[in-house]
Write a new protein. Structure first.
Length: 364
């Protein structure tokens, strides 16, 4: 055992993070009209800037990529301008911020799709999950299978959104390859029954994710790209018969592309870490860049795993909601505030930007 702490600087590609604590992407459903993030989002992220790195909420790369009400996009000029307010506010406080780029695939509803179209997926298999739409939870719609000649357009949407991210002032992007959304729907055979070059073998199912990563790397540079994966998570009704060889291959190929970090949801997203047997060390070994560990970490577990050499950075999600000064609280052993689940998704400032820091709470 060496004696490292989370509170020491870490070099992530061209960036120097002041600590190893990363704010995980958190969906908050507060984008305004035009799905544009505004002043409120700028205030929210700026309050949490002491994180070594902020990763934004999942942000759709196109209108078709949306699956929940009021989630922000990054495909219009107004959205680029809205995100610019966020990145300026974070940078003014000395922070660093990546945007998570997202296509939901089949986890959507016709009421969220352009012209009421069916959501798209690798295969026409409806997900056993719900989405938030029309101010309530509804079963997702029946998807249609993407045609082979539509896939370059999806890759291009990610590439363009990455270019837009740089125009909006982001330090980099995270490609959302996890939690049952489009890229994972291709990876996992429970959702992918294609018989073309994007289905069947381990290589074929990884193809779309790897094409997206390569296109985004060509556009903005691999040192500004992270990829998030969740090998054994059943999130959004997904399943995979062979996660170990599938993700060993993905880790190797992403390593060859030189992306800066691999963000790994270890277990069921937001749930048990031991949901299914999986050797995460095999990914750690294959991927020589930064390993960002996620799921159920607290200070003790993160510190222990750091000192075992199992990960470089650690994502904290829900703890950041009620604790804008989470880094300071972890460092000083201060108690953590709980957040109000009723204000997690949607609404305004309440339960978003009004959680006090320790210092603010002391003067209230
Ligand atoms: C919670 C609610 C809606 C979406 C994910 C983007 O699971 C999400 C998400 C989380 O990755």
């Amino acid at each position: 055992m060496t004696d490292m702490t989370l509170f020491e600087p870490y070099a992530l590609g061209p960036l120097t993070l002041p600590n190893r604590i990363v704010m995980a992407p958190l969906t908050r459903n507060r984008a305004g009209s035009g799905l544009v993030p505004g002043e409120l989002a700028a205030a929210y992220y700026a309050q949490r800037t002491s994180a070594g790195l902020l990763i934004t909420e999942a942000t759709q790369v196109s209108a078709q990529a949306q699956g929940y009400q009021d989630t922000p996009g990054l495909y219009t000029q107004a959205q680029i301008a809205g995100w610019r307010k966020v990145t300026d506010a974070v940078h003014a406080k000395g922070g660093r911020i990546f945007v998570q780029l997202w296509h939901v695939g089949r986890v959507s509803h016709v009421d969220l799709q352009p012209e009421g179209a069916a959501p798209v997926a690798p295969s026409a298999i409806r997900a056993a999950t719900k989405t938030f739409v029309n101010n309530g939870f509804s079963t997702v719609s029946e998807p249609r299978a993407l045609e082979l000649d539509e896939l370059p357009g999806i890759v291009n949407d990610f590439r363009q959104a990455a270019a837009n991210a740089i125009a909006a002032g982001f330090d980099g992007v995270e490609i959302h390859g996890a939690n049952g959304y489009l890229l994972e729907q291709f990876i996992k055979d429970g959702a992918n029954q294609r018989s073309d070059a994007y289905g069947g073998s381990v290589e074929n199912r990884a193809r779309l994710l790897l094409e997206v990563a390569a296109a985004v790397a060509q556009e903005i540079g691999a040192e500004r790209i992270g990829v998030r994966i969740s090998p054994v998570s059943p999130a959004n009704g997904i399943s995979c018969s062979d996660p170990q060889p599938q993700y060993n291959y993905i880790a190797e190929r992403l390593n060859a592309l030189g992306i800066v970090y691999l963000h790994v949801v270890e277990g069921a997203t937001g749930g048990p870490r031991d949901v299914a047997p999986f050797d995460f060390d095999a990914l750690r070994t294959r991927f020589e860049g930064t390993y960002l560990a996620n799921n159920g970490y607290d200070l003790d577990l993160a510190t222990a795993r750091l000192n075992m050499g199992k990960a470089d950075l650690f994502a904290f999600g829900r703890a950041f909601i009620g604790n804008p000064d989470l880094v300071e609280r972890l460092k000083t052993g201060a108690p953590l505030a709980q957040f109000n689940p009723a204000t997690l998704y949607g609404g305004g400032a309440q339960g978003y930007t009004d959680y006090p820091t320790l210092a603010e709470a002391a003067t209230e």
